[in-house]
Design a protein around this ligand. Structure first.
Ligand SMILES: [Zn+2]
Length: 291
């Protein structure tokens, strides 16, 4: 079953209102840790890469690493490119085999963003891939993409028109969340998800999930946020686990022990989110329906 189009993971999640974690990995160790968490929870999983990670490892080596591991897991998994404003990199990743891309045209005006997203959707179709759309900047910089300045938020009708005109498979609405760590509790606008889903029933994507309360996740998922992005939580688990191990073992130079400590921390973080979102056990249904 392993690597499937992202729609095969998100269609049932959206229909049955559970969330699937879309976790930004940074290397082979974090990839292995999140796949292993999904396997243990019998959960579908979306693995994401930021453009920064793609650039640092290279699209082809990164894709090969993904395939080598993903082909061995017994749960449905899909590979997504997170916020990418650069059309050339979108093309590079689609060619390499990514299942889904977020063309981030939020810095463009809506008309130009619409025009380019139409092209990206057509291009992705040729590779059997799907496109996530976005018209408002998610507050906060993530892996060099984004802005700390709050951008304009359009009426939901503008988002609805964008979805209709572009044919994007999924959409990232502005709902008051932000990338990075919250300095104070966010003022969420969950109604925007409900209103958009009423106008256009397609999977909504929750960005800036790290730091939300469990009930906030569940409320947004119940309204149609089928894809729940987790990036900052991985970075924290990954970096803090290195620090913890090194602080506790100042005289040791034992990479395998350090790496297994980090892997365990990343896996625990992934299990926490999979556990909340309601996707545990869903891989069983998947295999049943997929025959
Ligand atoms: Zn994001």
């Amino acid at each position: 079953m392993p690597v499937v189009p992202i729609s095969q993971i998100l269609d049932p999640a959206f229909a049955e209102r559970y969330g699937v974690a879309a976790i930004n990995i940074v290397d082979d160790l974090s990839l292995d840790a999140v796949l292993s968490a999904a396997t243990e929870f019998e959960s579908p999983l979306i693995v994401q890469t930021s453009l920064k990670t793609v650039k640092s490892i290279g699209a082809r080596p990164l894709y090969s690493m993904w395939r080598a591991r993903a082909d061995e897991v017994p749960v449905p998994v899909s590979l997504h490119l997170d916020h990418c404003p650069d059309r050339e990199w979108i093309t590079t990743c689609l060619r390499a085999g990514w299942n889904s891309v977020l063309f981030d045209g939020s810095a463009l005006d809506v008309a130009e963003n619409t025009r380019q997203t139409v092209e990206v959707v057509a291009e992705a179709e040729r590779y059997g891939a799907q496109v996530e759309g976005e018209i408002e900047t998610v507050l906060g910089v993530e892996d060099d993409v984004g802005s700390d300045e709050a951008g304009a938020v359009h009426p939901v009708e503008v988002s609805a028109r964008f979805i209709e005109e572009t044919g994007v498979y999924s959409f990232a609405p502005a709902i008051g969340t932000a990338h990075g760590l919250y300095k104070h509790a966010p003022e969420l606008k969950p109604n925007r998800v409900t209103e958009l889903v009423e106008l256009h029933p397609i999977p909504m994507v929750l960005h800036g999930g790290t730091g939300l309360k469990e009930e906030e996740f569940l409320d947004l998922i119940s309204r149609g946020c089928a894809k729940v992005n987790i990036s900052t939580a991985l970075k924290i688990a990954f970096v803090d686990a290195h620090r913890e191990y090194l602080d506790a073992n100042p005289g040791k130079h034992d990479p395998p022990s350090l790496l297994s400590h980090v892997r365990a921390a990343v896996k625990t973080m992934a299990e926490y989110h999979i556990g909340i979102f309601g996707s545990a056990g869903r891989a069983r249904t998947f295999s049943a329906t997929a025959g």
